[in-house]
Write a protein that binds this ligand. Structure first.
Ligand code: MN
Length: 564
């Protein structure tokens, strides 16, 4: 078994860790038939590519031995020392992280404690998850979805919170086909046909930008085009009522330059080439996003009047955006170890670690685990909530959702028949804003119809759509019932002379005007059909007429309908 890119380091420590792991996992295979060592090796290579230190790479190689083999943390400590043993034990603790099922809350807390003590634990864990997601197709189908959901709900947001944008997006995209199979298929179908056009479009625009920058004596380090990732597109569509026309960054150009001054200069050149869309310019250099993201964003009416997003940033910003804390961490390493790698320069101060410090403070501040966890949840999973059915199934909803959103998520019939809700056992108004951890029970009543007022507070587009369609269907039925304009009677008879006169007398005696009358005889069967219309009548009067019509000699069959 080859050590892959780990071998290039020539590090005796890594060689030793590799041999140790190889031996410990000997004979064990992964689901796809690969020798087990392929997994820790891949995790170690990822950790190494993120620029983490040797101990982290060694811990990555060893991350599954305590969990999966007879090796103990004590053995690791003896062979590799305290630091690596600490990392491995942190990774072992969070082997089977589940969220937010009650019995695993303790585990979740341990997880947060271990990574807030040393972020490398979390970063290695993320590399572990990345490889597991890349090989998810080999897992039994019944385990794929929960695993993908856990990735989407916990690990991708964690990566994002660490500022590891690229990884977060990758995890989301790997999880998407398993976590939301129907939505994924829908989206692939929606955007697929234009995908190649978009690729072609980038190819057309790229040289124009290069030439223009050259004319202005600007030499960017790199210009590349990118097509939006599926899951991030899907999330965006959810915020835009599934309207692809409102998405401006399906196609984007990324210009990487050397200095901040150059970022603004390039922005000026782009705006002189193509008019910017009003209100679409974002200066995340002057005002970075809360996760530390920095860049200039603008959207222009480009060639063929198509919309193009342009992102302009320095190389340093680009690397930080993609690697986040890992980049920062690597820089700290370089300072202390003098292993200078190009590109890791000029990292900001430690502000970006505030989030981790905040976590550590929380741990001290919150006496109860429950409190701590809810604080963590609020911040981690800001824009989504997780609520429970009475059977403890977890339902994932956007923040601000109400019991009505919940009801429609369960089933549209439950939504339509919803008359009330119990949250945590208490009767609660239907516009109540649900919170993570709430147990929601929907009270339904047969034949109940949704109320138009719900549209004021429902959060999910799904619920909105279903309420609207139920209301319009209802209205159609009501309108239909309220305004019949006439009644039509059809009397099949044996075509005897005087039958028509007897029929008209029934109506004349009841003082009902006849507005239309026809009689047709089918000569082969010798039956005749009389069709007669009159202004709308009450159901009772119609009944009376029918009884009388049936009594006419020769009458065979009488039916009626309301005409609208
Ligand atoms: Mn693993």
């Amino acid at each position: 078994m080859s050590m892959g890119s780990i071998a290039e380091t020539g590090s005796p420590l890594l060689k030793k860790a590799f041999d140790f792991a190889l031996k410990a996992h000997e004979g064990k295979k992964r689901m796809n038939g690969d020798p087990y060592i392929v997994h820790p090796l891949s995790v170690a290579e990822t950790v190494q590519s993120w620029g983490l230190d040797e101990n982290s790479v060694a811990a990555a190689l060893l991350h599954d031995v305590v969990e999966d083999t007879s090796v103990t943390i004590g053995d690791i400590k003896k062979t590799f020392g305290d630091e690596i043993a600490f990392l491995v034990s942190g990774l072992t603790k969070l082997q089977n992280l589940k969220y937010p099922e009650n019995q695993d809350r303790e585990n979740f807390r341990k997880f947060i404690i271990s990574f807030s003590e040393d972020l490398r634990v979390l970063i290695i864990k993320l590399a572990d998850r990345l490889h597991n997601m890349q090989t998810l197709q080999f897992l039994p189908p019944e385990r794929q979805k929960p695993f993908a959901l856990e990735t989407a709900e916990i690990y991708a947001p964690l990566a994002y919170r660490l500022g590891m944008q690229k990884l977060s997006g990758e995890l989301d995209d790997l999880a998407f086909p398993y976590s939301h199979p129907e939505e994924y298929q829908w989206l692939i179908g929606e955007v697929e046909e234009t995908y190649e056009e978009r690729q072609e479009y980038i190819k057309k625009v790229l040289p124009l930008v290069k030439t223009a920058l050259k004319e202005h004596h600007r030499e960017p380090l790199r210009i590349d085009g990118r097509v939006k990732r599926y899951f991030s597109l899907y999330k965006k569509l959810l915020r835009h009522n599934m309207n692809l026309g409102e998405i401006y960054d399906l196609v984007a150009l990324r210009v990487i330059v050397k200095t901040i001054e150059e970022c603004y200069a390039v922005l000026g050149i782009i705006h002189s080439m193509w008019p910017p869309l009003p209100g679409r310019f974002k200066d995340y250099i002057a005002r970075p996003k809360p996760n530390g993201y920095r860049s200039l964003h603008t959207t222009v009416f480009c060639v063929d009047n198509k919309i193009l997003e342009v992102q302009i940033k320095t190389k340093e910003m680009h690397e930080e955006n993609e690697l986040g804390i890992a980049a920062h961490w690597a820089y700290e390493q370089i300072k202390s170890s003098s292993r200078i790698r190009s590109g890791w320069r000029g990292v900001r101060d430690k502000k970006e670690l505030t989030w981790v410090k905040q976590l550590q403070n929380w741990q001290k501040k919150f006496s109860s685990q429950e409190e701590f966890l809810s604080a963590v949840k609020v911040d981690f999973f800001k824009d989504r909530i997780f609520v429970f059915t009475p059977h403890n199934d977890v339902i994932d909803l956007p923040a601000g959702s109400t019991p009505v959103d919940f009801a429609y998520r369960i089933h549209s019939q439950i939504g339509n028949a919803c008359v009330g809700a119990k949250v945590n056992g208490k009767i609660t108004p239907l516009d109540y804003e649900l919170k993570s951890g709430d147990v929601v029970e929907i009270i339904t009543q047969k034949g109940k119809k949704p109320s138009e007022g719900w549209l004021r507070f429902v959060k999910t587009s799904e619920a909105k759509k279903k309420v609207k369609s139920a209301i319009s269907e209802n209205e159609r039925k009501l309108i239909g019932r309220a305004t019949p304009k006439a009644v039509e009677f059809k009397i099949v008879n044996s075509d005897r002379p005087g039958f028509l006169k007897d029929v008209t007398e029934v109506f004349a005696n009841s003082k009902i005007n006849i507005t239309y009358l026809s009689s047709e005889t089918d000569h082969r069967s010798a039956f005749s059909t009389v069709v007669l219309r009159c202004p709308v009548l009450s159901e009772a009067k119609v009944e009376t007429c029918i009884v009388k019509l049936k009594r006419i000699p020769g009458s065979r069959e009488v039916s009626y309908k309301f005409l609208r």
